[in-house]
Ligand binder design. Structure first.
Ligand code: GLU
Length: 133
């Protein structure tokens, strides 16, 4: 079962997002990720496995943004890989999405988006939401 966090603060949120995900760890998950908005640019970091793996990856980056979202995933569509971990970003880089559940008609939506030239980077149902936005 996945966990979702969103934070808007007056200080950088990347660490707060990871701490919040740790509080949701009891729900079970297979991968985790964060997206942080800074000056109109979305930065994403994701990891398969433990939240500690995500925290380790974040150590190497400066994420000064004060708005962010985070997710622990329990895969339904696509293997528990980094590529399939949330957040997923729209083709134009304007939106990042985390999602809990299943999009029943994702295959039809994906086919339509692909016919319009959108390139998918994951096997998830969730990615269609980012591109549709
Ligand atoms: N269906 C989505 C996926 O497989 C969300 C799974 C979840 O609820 O964590 O990525």
């Amino acid at each position: 079962m996945c966990g979702i966090v969103g934070i808007l603060a007056e200080r950088p949120v990347a660490g707060l997002l990871v701490d919040s995900l740790r509080r949701l760890e009891y729900r079970g998950y297979d991968s985790a990720g964060v997206a942080v908005l800074d000056g109109g640019k979305i930065s994403v970091e994701r990891a398969s496995g433990k939240i500690s793996a995500l925290a380790e990856k974040l150590k190497g980056h400066d994420f000064p943004g004060t708005v962010g979202i985070a997710h622990t995933r329990w895969a339904t569509h696509g293997a528990p890989t980094v590529e399939n971990a949330h957040p997923h970003v729209s083709y134009d880089g304007k939106f990042a999405v985390v999602h809990n559940g299943i999009i029943e008609n994702y295959a039809a939506l994906k086919a339509k988006l692909q016919s319009e030239g959108v390139e998918f980077k994951s096997e998830t149902d969730t990615e269609v939401i980012a591109h549709l936005l």
